[in-house]
Design a protein around this ligand. Structure first.
Ligand code: KIV
Length: 270
């Protein structure tokens, strides 16, 4: 099943055009070949190999522990399953903040070893030099502002960001800076919808929201929207399936069938 089958390959240029034509952009995360293949076939526009892999794939309680090599493994697996969507890969914590040379080297490693189409970086002014240097190497950069999970220890909480005037003003300034530097899109996470709308109206590049109201596009973590994760239930999350329940029922049935010798039956053996 495919929507938007008229677009053969989503590029950063296609995304700019979608914003210009007021067509909404749909983005989801994926971390492995099989899921990436399924969601690419649906006609999703962007697949993000998010550092949320640290939580949903590796079981850590934050995105900080995941390494560049871990991200490269996930991203290369995803790229092998994708024909149409733009694949964007998160630069993980510690691989771009300290200096722009390290940032460029991390971004090049990802692009060379995975075949992805772009990278994503959290932050604004603080990481300006890193973004600039990566862009000069011809690597497309997606920004990420608002609740940036790699800074969770600075925030101390997962509450909505930029509710106060000072933080909102910095966020607006950062969004303009990212656009001026040449980022092709920005993820805005968990900020008031009015602020996100203002940013989306002020910049020409697409604003992809997660808990940021109705902007140019939306992103969700695949495991959250499919109901594989159950412990995470923020207000912005819409669950489209309850795979936890489906998987549990299937596995319980399998155990029953094995124990009762119902499986394998005559036609399931050689
Ligand atoms: O890592 C991730 O999954 C993300 C999305 C939540 C935007 O950055």
């Amino acid at each position: 099943m495919s929507v938007h089958s008229d677009i053969r390959k989503v590029t950063t240029h296609v995304l700019q055009e979608m914003k210009r034509k007021n067509q909404k952009i749909a983005m989801l995360t994926a971390y492995d070949y099989s899921n990436a293949k399924i969601i690419d076939d649906t006609g999703i526009d962007i697949i993000l190999v998010g550092d949320s892999a640290s939580n949903v794939m590796a079981g850590y309680d934050s995105t900080l522990p995941i390494t560049l090599d871990n991200m490269i493994y996930h991203a290369a697996s995803v790229v092998r399953g994708v024909k149409r969507a733009l694949v964007v890969v998160d630069l993980p914590f510690g691989t771009y903040q300290s200096n722009s040379k390290l940032a460029l080297s991390s971004a090049i490693k990802i692009m060379k070893k995975t075949g992805a189409g772009a990278i994503k970086i959290e932050g604004g002014l603080e990481v300006k030099d890193s973004i600039k240097r990566i862009l000069t190497a011809g690597i497309p950069v997606m920004g990420h502002l608002g609740l940036t999970p790699q800074s969770i220890h600075k925030f101390g909480t997962y509450v909505v960001r930029a509710q106060e005037e000072e933080e909102a003003a910095k966020l607006i300034a950062d969004a303009h800076l990212l656009e001026d530097l040449g980022c092709f899109a920005i993820v805005l996470e968990k900020v008031p919808a009015t602020l996100a709308t203002q940013v989306a109206q002020e910049v020409k590049i697409p604003i992809i929201g997660i808990g940021a109201g109705n902007v140019d596009g939306q992103v969700l973590v695949l495991h959250d929207m499919l109901g594989i994760t159950q412990e995470f239930s923020p207000r912005f999350l819409r669950r489209y399936a309850n795979l936890d329940d489906i998987i549990t029922k299937a596995v319980v049935q399998y155990i029953d069938d094995v124990k009762s010798e119902d499986f394998p039956n005559e036609s399931e053996q050689y």
